[in-house]
Every structure is written in C-alpha cells, then in structure tokens.
Ligand binder design. Sequence first.
Ligand SMILES: C[S@@+](CC[C@H](N)C(=O)[O-])C[C@H]1O[C@@H](n2cnc3c(N)ncnc32)[C@H](O)[C@@H]1O
Length: 262
Amino acid sequence: MYNFNEYLDESKKRWNTNASFWDDYMGNENNRFHRELIRPYTENLLGNVSDLSILDIACGNGNFSRRLAELGAHVVAFDFSMTMIDCAIKRSEQYKKNIQYKVIDATDYKTLLALGINNFDAAVSNMGLMDIADIEPLLEALQNILKPSGVFVFSVVHPCFQSPGMKKYLEQEEVDNNIITRSCIMLYKYKRPESHLGVGINNQPVATRYFHRSLSDLLRICFEKGFVMDALEEPSFTSNEDSAQFEWMEIPPVILVRLRKI
Ligand SMILES: C[S@@+](CC[C@H](N)C(=O)[O-])C[C@H]1O[C@@H](n2cnc3c(N)ncnc32)[C@H](O)[C@@H]1O
C-alpha cells in the first residue's frame, strides 16, 4: 500500500511552525467546524466515555483531549509536533490527573506498541489521518493496543469532495422571481493517492502538507488490519452564516468512521 514517508520530516517542520498559530486560532473553544461537525458526531460515535481509557491520536493542542477528560475519560494524547504538545500542556493545567501528553510519531510502530497491549477501551483521531504520511503502522498498532471490541473513531476531510485540485465556486440562477445561490465544487481527480499542500487555516504561516487517499484506499487499510466499520457519518452545516460565501451544506466536507476491533 502507498505511503508518503519521504514527506514525514517536512510535514513535522510545517506543523511545528504552525503550532502556535493553530493553538491561538483553536483556543479552548475550537472553531465552528469542530464545534458543529466534528465534536458532536465524534462524541456520539464514542458513546459514554466515563471511566474509559482513551487514546487521542494527533491531538494537536489537546482541545478534544480536554473535552474527553471533562466527560470523565482517562486520556493519553499524542502528537509528533513537540510545539503542539507544549501548547496542549499549557492549556491543560487543570486536567493533569486525567490527561497524559506524549510526543509520538504515529508512523512509529514500535513506540505505539509501547503504549501498552490491550490498554485502551477506545482511540480517537479528529482530523488527523489525512495529515499522517503512513497510516498502516498506526492501524496495525491499534489492533494490539486496543482492548477486545475496542473502537477507533476518526474524522478526515471527505476524500471524495476535498481531493487535491478541487475548486470551490458560487453560482447563481434566476428561478421565477428569486436569485438562487449555490455552493459548488469542481473536481478533476480523485483515485490516485497524492501528497499536496493546502490551507488548513487562512493566513497560517506555512501551508499544511496533506496526504490524499481515496475512500476505498483509506478503508482498505483499516479492513486489511482486521477492523470492521460499524458506523459512518457525513455531517455538513445546517445553516449558512453568509450566503455570499461558499458553505458546506449539501456537500459534506468531512467523513467520520467508527472501526471496531474483532
Ligand atoms: C488538523 S490537526 C488536528 C489536531 C486535533 N486532532 C484537532 O482536531 O484539533 C492534525 C494534527 O496531526 C498531527 N500529525 C501529523 N502527522 C503526524 C504524525 N505522523 N504523528 C503524530 N501526529 C501527527 C499534526 O501535528 C497536527 O497536530
């Protein structure tokens, strides 16, 4: 299966450079994307986490780790960006008892295994897998470090609609006496795995390195590592904040998957 390991160091440098900008932007409350799409659906897929032991993969500034801690979970959270983990620790003073932060590269199988065999009830990765150069070691390790029947809930940008080179545009049509404005996308490629640069957050210092995998490539890795998928969500916004701006409403910008260890 395809991996993008040649970009690993470069990708880490980019995340270290952008870390404090991301931390300022996300803050404790996070952005609308997380608040309305990622967080509620992830919590729903995870179910009751009280007293569960949960691994937060590619945790960024730890915003979801803190949410899990508030819900009563015991969290181990990691990211390969030391600068991001520093930001997470600074924001998590009051959660010291419930969150342990670590700097770990998700492509490093041996270090992942050292997190403990059959050690976690669940794992989560919010908007992380499309930023990880090689996800096979992670899926393989999760088979070992999750408890029997443990779940892995992840979200990624929707690979079918946010593939490299995608263009967004607004179109208007006069229908009867109304002007209808629609948010549209245009794609010309999807199937081939590809690494590309993009704008994670507007005005961030340097571009984000993404790793595009088609839906079948992404899920094939999960199935080959022995997981079954037992839930899938494609949320989108239910209201438009500004009708003159592109808005993800009819087309879902993200996909959430729940995998189960069998
Ligand atoms: C889009 S951010 C998401 C952060 C957080 N989960 C959230 O939802 O706010 C992606 C994160 O993936 C991390 N990341 C990328 N590649 C990684 C790798 N190989 N190992 C661990 N973390 C990685 C980045 O440092 C960054 O913090």
